[in-house]
Design a protein around this ligand. Structure first.
Ligand SMILES: NC(=O)c1ccc[n+]([C@@H]2O[C@H](COP(=O)([O-])OP(=O)(O)OC[C@H]3O[C@@H](n4cnc5c(N)ncnc54)[C@H](O)[C@@H]3O)[C@@H](O)[C@H]2O)c1
Length: 266
């Protein structure tokens, strides 16, 4: 991309925050935002890799920086808001992407573990919005995109804590869309299906779920995923860019499944 495109991207002058931007889907979304001309704050509790992504973008001439943020920690998220206000004095786009995976079998699920997953995957998004709300209100055309999961609208084994939190995030999207509409803030939700990221590594460390025989048979060979491949992080970033961009004018409180057609089959 040449210097002219950097200066005249469709999001030039906009400021964006992406949580969980150190890697995977969040890094892909932050990179796309930068390429589209937005200034980007990459917020992640794992700040080292987030700084590496930001440094790469900065070296290429984009306005990107990283900050250590734990979305479950009130002071930490307040620090994120203060840093955005100090650096740019505005915020136009928030992508709530940070989350943790939990595949604890039902019989082994404990209250502390269940609570911890809700705290990151559902409540973290709410309190990040709340902390950044004054800035978002001032934008006049702010966009919030929540990255939930197909497990927020469908069931699957060993997913009670993760799926409950993601289901909550799906409806939180609608509730925030209603409450924030008077401020011109549009709130929408992306539900990815299977995505090729670290989160899809098998818990026993034996590899990637997409490389297993069961995945290749059921989802690819027999076409349970009609597009016959897992998503790349860039596929999720591409769909997200509709919701944070200016073409999203009269759409709010909506949920888009980005799953290669998985949810269209039975
Ligand atoms: N990979 C998939 O197959 C898949 C499928 C559906 C939905 N998703 C969702 O997409 C989003 C991104 O997932 P990914 O696959 O890129 O995962 P990932 O594990 O590669 O990245 C998640 C990032 O979130 C950060 N994070 C976790 N807890 C945090 C906290 N408390 N505060 C700040 N940062 C925190 C992690 O450090 C990490 O960098 C998540 O919301 C996930 O639930 C992923």
């Amino acid at each position: 991309m040449d210097a002219d495109m950097k200066a005249t991207g469709r999001l030039a002058g906009r400021v964006a925050v992406v949580t969980g931007a150190a890697r995977g889907i969040g890094a892909a979304i932050a990179t796309k935002l930068a390429h589209q001309g937005a200034a980007v704050m990459l917020a992640d509790r794992d700040v080292g890799p987030a700084q590496a992504v930001a440094a790469e973008l900065s070296a290429a001439g984009y306005d990107a920086t990283a900050i250590a943020t734990d979305i479950t920690d009130e002071a930490s998220v307040a620090g994120l808001a203060a840093a955005v206000a100090a650096r740019w004095g505005r915020l136009d786009i928030l992508v709530n992407n940070a989350a943790i995976l939990d595949a604890t079998p039902l019989e082994e699920l404990t209250r502390p573990r269940f609570r911890a997953v809700q705290e990151v995957n559902q409540n973290g998004a709410l309190w990040t919005v709340m902390s950044l709300l004054d800035l978002l209100k001032r934008s006049g055309h702010a966009r919030v995109v929540n990255i939930a999961s197909i497990l927020g609208v469908r069931g699957c084994a060993d997913s009670v804590s993760y799926g409950t939190a993601k289901g909550g995030l799906v409806n939180l999207t609608r509730l925030l869309a209603v409450d924030l509409a008077p401020h011109g803030i549009l709130v929408n939700c992306i539900c990815p299906g299977f995505v090729d990221t670290r989160m899809a590594l098998l818990p026993d460390g034996s590899g990637h779920e997409h490389e297993t025989d069961w995945f290749r048979d059921i989802y690819i060979k027999y076409g349970r995923i009609p597009l016959r491949r897992p998503a790349e992080a860039a596929d999720i970033a591409a769909a997200t860019s509709f919701f944070y961009g200016d073409d999203c004018r009269y759409v709010t409180g909506q949920v888009l499944l980005v799953d290669g057609g998985l949810s269209a089959t039975f």
